[in-house]
Design a protein around this ligand. Structure first.
Ligand SMILES: Nc1ncnc2c1ncn2[C@@H]1O[C@H](COP(=O)(O)OP(=O)(O)O)[C@@H](O)[C@H]1O
Ligand SMILES: [Mg+2]
Length: 336
């Protein structure tokens, strides 16, 4: 993870973490922040409850609807005109890692180290079988996307682990084989103006974590060919941050981009971040604390080293009120 901390490789130039109980005012504050920044930023919002629909309408943004994981072929790999070289290898590594995390999330259980190796080996072998390696992109087929699919993956996986194969097969109904992301965006969202300053990605998929993650990947892929967002908003972002590899993947993967993106992410409780807490607090350059969950008191005291009177204050904040921690300074704020 050292690269996450190196400024050079850091994708998100700024990361703001908003934390507060349900109803404490996070979503309202995020709307205010977006409105302030809209004229100078290309903004992407990921939502899974319809909290930003009217803002999107008001600001004449694009509404991009993705209903389920089946709508994105996570196996497709499109390195644009890069066919070999360092940058190509980087894109390939990123892609394999994205796919790995996606498949891991799909399983909805912890994987052992041996299984992780088997999974990654199967991914690499699947690409190799169609002529795509870390060294070069030289597909054996004219339309390779037809062969980059769940069934090819399962065939290869079977050689590595019969158990994983059996388990993954039960997910095949979720994956549509021949859809790729560009088709998806072209057909389903015909008429979208990608120069638009505000893009709202809306999901009501049932496989939430994997689905939401696949949207992030989808957006990031889109970003590689379209003007990139400068502001990425993930309300209720705890869904993304529970997996140990997710944050790493999110941040590292996107390092390929030339300009940097500001990330705004909200959580209901710092405790939810569990194993990722330190990573996230290290990555965040601003933390906005709305009314805090009682369970978070130990984290506020021990990890954020807040004075006791401030910790007590965070329990008493009214809706829309918050305490900001930025550059080792503390100050109150009220969104209105
Ligand atoms: N600063 C504010 N001024 C006025 N109303 C607010 C403010 N912040 C939140 N609210 C209202 O309080 C309710 C909960 O706020 P919300 O932002 O949805 O909370 P959260 O996202 O933290 O669950 C909403 O009805 C919202 O309109
Ligand atoms: Mg909210």
């Amino acid at each position: 993870m050292s690269a996450v901390r190196s400024q050079q490789d850091k994708y998100f130039s700024k990361m703001t973490l908003l934390s507060g109980m349900v109803g404490s005012g996070k979503t309202y504050a995020i709307r205010e922040i977006i409105k302030k920044k809209i004229s100078t930023n290309k903004t992407y919002i990921i939502q899974h409850t319809n909290d930003f629909g009217s803002l999107c309408e008001e600001l004449k943004g694009n509404l991009i609807v993705v209903n389920n994981v089946v709508e994105i072929n996570m196996f497709g790999f499109y390195p644009s005109h890069f066919k070999a070289g360092d940058y190509y290898a980087y894109l390939f590594d990123c892609h394999c890692k994205e796919l790995f995390v996606f498949l891991k999330l799909l399983l909805e259980r912890d994987m052992g180290d041996v299984e992780k190796v088997q999974l990654m080996s199967a991914i690499l072998e699947m690409y190799e079988s169609v002529g795509i390696t870390r060294k070069r992109f030289k597909p054996n087929y004219k339309s390779v996307s037809m062969h980059l699919c769940f069934s090819t993956f399962c065939e290869v996986l079977k050689e590595h682990s019969e158990n994983l194969y059996e388990e993954f097969k039960t997910y095949s109904h979720l994956i549509i084989e021949d859809k790729n992301l560009s088709n998806y965006f072209e057909k389903k969202n015909r008429g979208l103006d990608l120069k638009n300053n505000l893009n709202l990605i809306y999901t009501n998929g049932m496989y939430t974590l994997a689905a939401l993650y696949s949207y992030v990947v989808a957006i990031k892929r889109k970003m590689r060919i379209e003007p990139e967002p400068t502001l990425l908003v993930v309300d209720e972002g705890f869904l993304f941050l529970r997996d140990e590899h997710l944050l790493e993947t999110l941040i590292l993967n996107s390092g390929a981009s030339s300009s940097q993106t500001e990330l705004l992410i909200s959580v209901q409780s710092l405790t939810d971040l569990s194993g990722n807490l330190d990573e996230i607090l290290n990555a965040a350059n601003k933390v906005i604390l709305f009314k805090q969950d009682k369970n978070d008191i130990p984290i506020l005291e021990d990890r954020l080293k807040l004075p006791k009177n401030i910790v007590n204050q965070t329990q008493l904040l009214l809706t829309g009120e918050a305490v900001v921690i930025e550059n080792e300074h503390l100050y109150p704020i009220k969104y209105s």
